[in-house]
Design a protein around this ligand. Structure first.
Ligand code: ZN
Length: 271
């Protein structure tokens, strides 16, 4: 289940205690565990200053017409792909996939190259090199981090037998996923999206040296995760579609009679 989302007016200060430390309970209440782990690594700073608006498309945080124009232009242009025809249908397909919303958002960000790979962090003035933190050699593009790096060879082999239309993986991540979109059905694409999301998680866990997340277990983990998610979704829909019976108004029994209330659920498909 997704945690409750913070309001659009929410400020970072609501996630910090009066003593100046991260409010772990509050973070865990609003965010997924992987985000909480990343946030806890950020020092909160000793100086308590008032919240202020920053424009993060400029290094000094101040809005300029030039950067505003650039952003507007980029948003109108959309993500770059050589495959314009299937691009618009792909977004509809993505939002209709039977996967958790956080997975869809991750894939959407990856398609726009908005995930924090090393070059993207370097662009935001985080002091990191643009090389892949895993192999320390290749440029850390989104496609490299999520698909092309050496450690993912077995996963690529597993998927390759389904990718009949794959014209090679030399473009960006969006081009790559648009190719997959041509040859995978919804069920397989759902599994692929969860796999890529999990690969990113394992990569970050490895970089930050926390608990282990083995790449060799990604396939099985993702299949089980999807089955669990989709089954609980189906059960939820079944219960809510029978909601009138569940929430019938209670009527007291006649005098000298007892009434026992009980509730049960059964799987109609299995009898
Ligand atoms: Zn690498």
């Amino acid at each position: 289940m997704s945690p409750p989302v913070l309001g659009i007016e929410a400020k970072v200060s609501i996630l910090i205690t009066s003593s100046g430390n991260w409010d772990v309970k509050c973070l865990k209440h609003h965010l997924c565990n992987e985000y909480v782990d990343s946030i806890l690594k950020i020092p909160t700073g000793s100086n308590r200053t008032a919240d202020t608006m920053l424009w993060h498309y400029e290094g000094n945080g101040r809005y300029t017409v030039k950067s505003g124009y650039w952003l507007g232009y980029k948003l109108m242009e959309g993500p770059r792909t050589s495959n314009v025809n299937s691009s618009s249908q792909w977004w509809i397909f993505l939002w209709n996939l039977n996967v958790p919303l956080k997975v869809k958002i991750f894939i959407w960000k990856a398609c726009f190259d908005w995930i924090p790979t090393a070059p993207n962090l370097a662009r935001r003035r985080v002091p990191v090199r643009d090389r892949c933190p895993m192999c320390k050699k290749e440029f850390d593009s989104t496609l490299h981090a999520l698909w092309k790096r050496k450690q993912l060879k077995d996963i690529r082999t597993d998927w390759r037998r389904m990718l009949v239309n794959n014209r090679g993986i030399n473009g960006n991540f969006l081009d790559f996923i648009l190719d997959l979109y041509q040859c995978l059905n919804m069920k397989d694409m759902a599994l692929f999206c969860v796999s890529v999301w999990r690969i990113w998680y394992c990569r970050n866990v490895k970089i930050h040296g926390q608990h282990s997340c083995e790449i060799s277990e990604v396939g099985t983990w993702c299949k089980n995760y999807l089955i669990e998610y989709q089954t609980s979704n189906e059960n939820g829909n079944r219960i809510s579609s029978g909601g009138n019976q569940l929430f019938e108004t209670w009527i007291p029994p006649n005098q000298d009679h007892y009434k026992i209330n009980c509730c049960s659920v059964f799987d109609g498909g299995k009898g």
